[in-house]
Design a protein around this ligand. Structure first.
Ligand code: ES4
Ligand code: ZN
Length: 326
C-alpha cells in the first residue's frame, strides 16, 4: 500500500505517549536484574501473556507493577532512550512525553531522580537521532487533590524543565472537576495543560476538561461522538484530540478497529492526531498504530497528510518551529 508507506515515512509529532508505558519486557527484566529485584513474572513470555486487558484498570494494575523496576536516574535515561530510538525509526521528529511522578515518589524514588534521568535521555536522543522532546507532568486522578498539590510543590523548584501538565490514570469516578484548583494553579504558572477524557469516561468529562481545567488538547476524547454538540465545538474551537487507536482496541474501548470513532471525528473536522499511548503494552509504536488504522479504514494520502500536519499544529512548540515542520 503506497499510501501506508507514505504515512509511515512522513515526519510526525507524537503527542500522547507515557514514558512508563514504553517499558518493554526485555528492558523490564534487564532493569530488575540490574537493581536486584524480582518481577512477579517468571520471564518475558509470562509477562507478555499478562497483556490481556479487559479495561483501563486491568492495564493500569500491571503498568504500575512493572514501573517498580525503575529505580535510578540511569534506568529512566535508558527507558527514554529506548523509546526515542523506536520513535525516530517511525519518523517521529518531536515527542511530548507524559511521566507520572507519583508512581515513583510513592515508592521512595525522588522526583529529581526521575527528572534527571528522563532529561539525560532527551539530551542524548536529540544528539543521536535529531529528535526533540518535551516533558508533560501527569497527575494521577485516582489520587487526591491534596496529593496532586503536593506533587506540584515538589516540581516547582525545577519548573523550567516541565513543559506542561496532564491528568491520567483511572477515569471513571474521577472527573476533571476533582482537579480544577490544581489545574488553575498550573495555568497560573504559565504552562499549557491537557487531560485524558472521553476514553472510558463520558463526553461530559471532555466538557469538564475544557471548561473547568482549560485543557488545550484532549487525550483520547473518542467518546465525544456520543454528544454531537461537543463534536461541533471541538471542530469549531480547533481543539486537538490525541487519539490512540491500538490502546483503545487493547483496553476494549472499541471491540474492533472498524468501530473506532476516528473517521467520524475526522469527517466532522476535529483536529485528530494518532499516537501510541503505552506502546510496550498495546501492540506497537506510532507506525504500528498507523498500520492498524489503515488496515481498517484505507485512508487516502491527503488524510494522512492532514493527521501529520495536525500533530505539528497541536504541539506545544513555538510558531517558528511549527512553521519549519509544516
Ligand atoms: C493510560 Cl491508556 C491510559 N489512560 C489513562 N491513564 C493512563 N496512564 C497510562 N496509560
Ligand atoms: Zn494515555
Amino acid at each position: 500500500d503506497p499510501v501506508l508507506d507514505l504515512a509511515c515515512r512522513m515526519p510526525k509529532a507524537e503527542l500522547h505517549v507515557h514514558i512508563e508505558g514504553t517499558l518493554e519486557p526485555d528492558l523490564a527484566f534487564a532493569l530488575a536484574r540490574r537493581n536486584g529485584i524480582a518481577l512477579p513474572y517468571a520471564d518475558e513470555a509470562a509477562l507478555r501473556a499478562a497483556y490481556d486487558f479487559d479495561s483501563l484498570q486491568s492495564f493500569l494494575d500491571l503498568y504500575y507493577a512493572c514501573a517498580d523496576v525503575l529505580r535510578t536516574a540511569d534506568d529512566f535515561r535508558d527507558l527514554m532512550l529506548a523509546y526515542l530510538e523506536r520513535a525516530a525509526a517511525d519518523n517521529v521528529v518531536h515527542a511530548e512525553i507524559f511521566f507520572d511522578p507519583q508512581t515513583h515518589t510513592a515508592r521512595g524514588i525522588a522526583y529529581r531522580t526521575v527528572l534527571d534521568g528522563l532529561e539525560e535521555g532527551l539530551r542524548i536522543g536529540r544528539q543521536r537521532w535529531g529528535i526533540s522532546g518535551l516533558l508533560i507532568l501527569c497527575f494521577l486522578r485516582h489520587l487526591s487533590e491534596e496529593e496532586a498539590f503536593a506533587t506540584l510543590a515538589e516540581a516547582e523548584p525545577w519548573l523550567d524543565r516541565i513543559h506542561g501538565f496532564g491528568l491520567d490514570s483511572s477515569e471513571q469516578g474521577h472527573p476533571p472537576s476533582k482537579f480544577a484548583r490544581v489545574f488553575a494553579r498550573c495555568r497560573e504558572l504559565g504552562k499549557p495543560v491537557v487531560a485524558h477524557a472521553g476514553e472510558e469516561g463520558p463526553p461530559a468529562y471532555v466538557v469538564e476538561a475544557l471548561d473547568l481545567l482549560g485543557s488545550a488538547r484532549i487525550d483520547h476524547g473518542v467518546r465525544s461522538v456520543e454528544d454531537p454538540a461537543l463534536v461541533a465545538r471541538l471542530a469549531r474551537e480547533a481543539i486537538p484530540l490525541t487519539v490512540c487507536p491500538l490502546s483503545n482496541l487493547r483496553l476494549c474501548v472499541f471491540g474492533t478497529m472498524a468501530e473506532h470513532t476516528l473517521p467520524q471525528l475526522l469527517a466532522a473536522g476535529v483536529r485528530v492526531t494518532v499516537n501510541s499511548d503505552d506502546p510496550a503494552y498495546f501492540g506497537g509504536y506510532l507506525n504500528d498504530n498507523i498500520r492498524a488504522v489503515q488496515a481498517a479504514f484505507a485512508f487516502d494520502a491527503a488524510t494522512w497528510q492532514r493527521i501529520a500536519r495536525n500533530s505539528f499544529e497541536a504541539s506545544f512548540v513555538d510558531a517558528a518551529q511549527k512553521a519549519a515542520w509544516i
